[in-house]
Design a protein around this ligand. Structure first.
Ligand SMILES: C[S@@+](CC[C@H](N)C(=O)[O-])C[C@H]1O[C@@H](n2cnc3c(N)ncnc32)[C@H](O)[C@@H]1O
Length: 230
């Protein structure tokens, strides 16, 4: 998998307006996680794989003086983020790669990432970059719907034509530990709105039928929290 392939896919999604669908689809679980991130006044937060920047804008308003930076490989997603930006929010957006972040060492208190880390072209290098840009004692909150125990999502790699990183909960914990993270905790987060409305369901890349949609909802999103040693 290459960054070009990822950017092409998500440029197209942005052009088709699918960025808004991700905001709707991911919003409830993201909000549950962000509410538990202990973001304090003045904290600086990186939104890794920010898409159209909807979560970046939430993160930039969570506490007084907090600021957020969104990074994404897709120029079209970053262009959407700029269009949707509100200048009273301390958020900005950059085109970039997880594996080579154009950001200084120890710049951030928190990293947030919604439905993006499993796209990493080089996962070990991405985890090393996350550690580099975090302050000592800072933490990462990563949310994934594509993981080993969520079997209904396993077709996504083929559907998207991208070689996604498929790992079980235990394998994700081991990957963070091997990278040097500490205090690693995992949890499943269930969308409080339920699986959606069956009458309005349309089969697509992600879910070929309603049963797969319900199974993914029941498996929940995998939330990984891990810290950089103090
Ligand atoms: C499924 S979308 C999620 C976007 C957003 N977090 C949301 O919930 O709406 C994943 C995003 O990660 C970005 N991405 C994936 N792999 C990347 C990489 N290696 N470097 C930079 N961006 C990447 C994609 O361009 C895409 O916009």
């Amino acid at each position: 998998m290459t960054h070009e392939a990822i950017a092409l896919t998500f440029d197209k999604w942005a052009q088709e307006g699918r960025d808004a669908g991700m905001e709707t689809g991911h919003g409830d679980v993201a909000r549950q996680v962000i509410d538990q991130m202990d973001i304090r006044p003045g904290h600086q937060i990186l939104d890794l794989g920010c898409g159209n920047g909807w979560a970046t804008r939430i993160l930039g308003q969570v506490a007084p003086g907090a600021g957020a930076v969104g990074v994404d490989a897709s120029r079209e997603m970053i262009a959407r983020a700029e269009e949707l930006h509100c200048y009273t929010i301390r958020a900005r957006y950059e085109v970039g790669k997880f594996e080579a972040l154009d950001l200084p060492d120890a710049r951030f208190d928190r990293v947030f990432s919604m439905e993006a880390l499993y796209y990493a072209v080089d996962l070990d290098q991405t985890l090393a970059e996350m550690l580099r840009i975090l302050k000592p004692g800072g933490s990462a909150d990563i949310v994934l719907d594509f993981y080993g125990e969520a079997e209904a999502t396993h077709g996504w790699s083929e559907a998207l034509g991208l070689a996604l990183n498929l790992k079980s909960e235990e394998e994700w914990r081991a990957a963070f530990a091997a990278a040097g993270f500490v205090d690693i905790a995992t949890k499943r987060v269930i969308d409080s709105r339920g699986p959606g409305d069956e009458a309005a369901f349309e089969p697509g890349d992600c879910f070929p039928d309603w049963a797969a949609r319900v199974a993914a909802h029941e498996a929940g999103s995998l939330w990984i929290r891990a810290a950089k040693p103090a």
